[in-house]
Design a protein around this ligand. Structure first.
Ligand SMILES: C[S@@+](CC[C@H](N)C(=O)[O-])C[C@H]1O[C@@H](n2cnc3c(N)ncnc32)[C@H](O)[C@@H]1O
Length: 282
């Protein structure tokens, strides 16, 4: 067999050297040291990096996200605040939190590739007060009782199997919650509406602390094969209605609830940013 291989090489039927492979498939980086080399290790970046760094990654400037700036403006003095961030993806929001003065950011990411991207981003943006943990934040919320000044839950609630329990647990861990999320609206998303197509038909009612919450089952339809996929670990997940989100949070003591960036026309469904805080004597 090896003799045959040698003969084929002599005849020029197989290349003498394997072509260079990309990313982690090859062992050594032969280019001059540069932050871009670290970005090139992992394909499919969603976020961009601050322009001054001159790096090529994704297009979404999460490190300068106006939604998060708005929410932190509502909070006031961020210096000294402890933050729990759920699903940091590539650390863009983590960098913004640090830049706005957060004392500590604990960011929990379950997607292994995204976690490695967070570590690369941490090095590139020289983040000193952010710590990234690889794992399931639902388990973290269930198993620990650490409290934070702020919990940032952006782009995660609508990926959950049980968003009611997740929202409830977040509410018990913080004074302020910053929640950007999609929600289900039965009036806008009527039976024939395009965005309804991803929903699987099951609508269930969950009883929680004596209240009923409606949950709408949705599927990714195996979109996780795509390089750009950044949803949750389960193919099916449930969306809540907007009034139910507010009701549950009010029951957990959030008495100052502000809403911004309301978007009814998003391609996946309506969304908005909630800034919620527990005001003493409110
Ligand atoms: C849509 S992205 C949102 C990223 C970012 N927070 C933002 O607002 O743009 C959802 C992120 O949450 C992560 N994620 C989803 N479910 C998770 C879980 N149970 N535990 C930890 N991370 C999770 C995903 O891997 C992904 O990075």
């Amino acid at each position: 067999m090896r003799g045959m291989h040698r003969l084929r090489r002599l005849l020029g039927l197989v290349p003498l050297e394997a072509p260079p492979r990309e990313g982690l498939d090859s062992k050594y980086e032969r280019r001059s040291p540069h932050a871009q080399n670290a970005l090139d290790l992992i394909s499919g970046w969603t976020g961009s990096f601050p322009g001054a760094l001159g790096l090529e990654a994704g297009n979404l400037a999460l490190h300068a996200d106006q939604r998060l700036h708005w929410a932190l403006d509502q909070y006031g003095l961020v210096e000294g605040a402890s933050v729990l961030e759920l699903g940091p993806l590539e650390g863009g929001h983590s960098a913004l939190l640090e830049a706005r003065g957060a004392e500590s950011v604990l960011a929990i990411e379950a997607n292994k590739k995204a976690y490695l991207k967070c570590l690369i981003a941490k090095e590139i943006m020289e983040l000193k007060r952010c710590r990234f943990l690889l794992g399931d934040f639902e388990k973290y919320l269930h198993e620990t009782d650490t409290e934070f000044d702020i919990v940032l839950a952006s782009g995660v609630l609508y990926h959950m199997q049980n968003p009611v329990h997740v929202l409830d647990r977040i509410g018990r861990r913080c004074q302020t919650m910053i929640l950007w999320t999609h929600y289900f609206d039965p009036e806008i998303m009527h039976e024939n509406e395009t965005r309804r197509g991803a929903f699987l038909g099951e609508i269930k009612t969950l009883e929680h602390d004596g209240q009923s919450y409606r949950l709408y089952q949705r599927g990714y339809h195996e979109a996780w094969h795509a390089d750009s996929y950044c949803g949750g670990p389960d193919d099916t997940h449930y969306w809540m209605e907007r009034p139910d989100i507010i009701d549950l949070c009010e029951r957990n003591g959030f008495n100052d609830i502000r809403v911004a960036f309301e978007d009814l026309d998003g391609p996946n469904g309506p969304s908005c940013l909630f800034y919620m805080t527990k005001q003493e004597g409110g």
